[in-house]
Design a protein around this ligand. Structure first.
Ligand code: ATP
Ligand code: MG
Length: 398
């Protein structure tokens, strides 16, 4: 039994001491059986939220309407969710009301896939009501119960199935896949934010090819933002070397580059996926850098503009275009730049204003840029006197 469970065992025992059932459930049990690292240990219990709050002193209501209470135990925190069924599904989305029940079986029945419907008791015994262990061994994603009904209840599960295929490198069981094919238009009912979470996990998974193929073939992609007319491009995207992608911004950059979006289309594409301005900027930078670097080796000015992190990130992306990355060389070249930031320039805007006795205006920004470029390219030393003289020369030329 992994450490994470041993540490949480006292919480389970405490609940049991009050006469309730409690089990480890969900992703942590699955990942432990797969001998993969575990992130959060989730606990399911027959106790109602109010009862949990009476047992533990330090709790936070994180989703009490859905039956979830966060219990703080020393350094650790656990989501403890009351056994529940989700009977009334509206609009193919997550249910707005849940019914608390006292039976583990009912709770496991409403879970999405057999590999996610495993529970473990405090002694490490697995409760496997839907053949989840066999599916872990067979490496398949299979809906619990009738897949059509399950996707009809909550269409997001289709995207979840695809992302688990990528993350775990599993295949999707045939009837489950057929149901996705049949019900894929229901994805249109799901919020973009929730689809995006799964799509990004899919892109960053161990075997995204294994998930992207069914994602395309079942037509799920047509109900994802901005992808409707990009079936071809997605096939090309699959053709990229299937090495796991490290970062979310890299995943977007590789995808968008394969889609051949124009510079002014990148923003609206990522906005349609509800991505932050920060993410959009990072992706634009990577794509810019990647296009530059695929054309020729870095110019010093590119390294200066991008910064070392983005430049190295671009270097790593070269792998997907069957080109060698030169991480060490780029680091050295970057370190040897005369300055790394405009703030390090030996003259400021104020220096220039005083020196020329001119009103501020466009000329000032242009001049600072010229000086910066000259310094970065080692055409002139980063020295105040020299820079002012150089500026004077430029102004006299005009
Ligand atoms: P991860 O490792 O990404 O956290 P996970 O399996 O723990 O994977 P969560 O989204 O954290 O996934 O959900 C926890 C558990 O809740 C799942 O294992 C599954 O049993 C159940 N679950 C989550 N979302 C759904 C859903 N849409 N429909 C049915 N069951 C779900
Ligand atoms: Mg989880």
């Amino acid at each position: 039994i992994p450490d994470e469970f041993t540490r949480a065992a006292s919480v389970l025992k405490e609940i049991q001491a009050h006469g309730f059932e409690a089990y480890f459930v969900g992703g942590s049990v699955r990942d432990a059986l797969l001998k993969q690292s575990i992130h959060d240990v989730d606990i399911a219990t027959s106790a109602y939220p109010e009862e949990i709050k009476q047992i533990f002193h330090r709790t936070i209501d994180v989703g009490i309407d859905h039956g979830t209470v966060l219990v703080l135990d020393g350094e650790e925190q656990y989501e403890i969710t009351t056994f529940r069924t989700e009977s009334t599904y509206q609009d193919f989305r997550r249910p707005d009301t849940v019914t608390f029940v006292r039976s583990l079986k009912e709770d496991l029945k409403r879970r999405d896939f057999t590999i996610n419907a495993l529970a473990m008791n405090v002694d490490g015994e697995i409760i496997d009501l839907f053949d989840g262990i066999a599916d872990l061994e067979r490496q398949v994603i299979r809906a619990v119960g009738n897949p059509k009904e399950r996707f009809h209840e909550d269409a997001l599960r289709m995207m979840r199935g695809l992302r688990f295929a990528s993350q775990l490198n599993f295949t999707i069981e045939e009837n489950t896949l057929l149901a996705i094919e049949e019900f894929h238009p229901l994805l249109g009912k799901i919020s973009v934010e929730r689809i995006a979470v799964e799509f990004i996990k899919l892109l960053l998974g161990k075997n995204r090819q294994a998930a992207l193929l069914p994602f395309i073939e079942t037509n799920c992609y047509q109900y994802c933002p901005g992808l409707k007319y990009f079936g071809e491009a997605l096939f090309n995207f699959i053709e990229l070397p299937n090495k796991q992608i490290e970062l979310e911004n890299q995943a977007w950059a590789l995808l968008i580059k394969t889609m051949r979006l124009k510079e002014n289309e990148i923003r609206s594409f990522l906005k349609s996926w509800k991505q932050s301005n920060q993410m959009i900027q990072e992706v634009q930078q990577l794509i810019y850098g990647l296009n530059r670097r695929l054309l020729e080796d870095w110019q010093v000015m590119d390294l200066f503009d991008l910064g070392i992190d983005a430049a190295l990130s671009v270097e790593k992306l070269l792998f997907y275009y069957e080109q060698k990355s030169k991480l060490e060389e780029v680091k050295e070249r970057y370190l040897s730049l005369p300055i790394h930031d405009r703030k390090q320039l030996a003259v400021t805007g104020n220096d220039l204003l005083n020196y020329f006795d001119k009103k501020p205006g466009k000329w000032l920004g242009d001049m600072i840029e010229k000086l910066e470029t000259a310094v970065v390219n080692s055409q002139i030393k980063n020295d105040k006197e020299l820079l002012l003289a150089y500026a004077k020369e430029k102004i006299d030329e005009e």
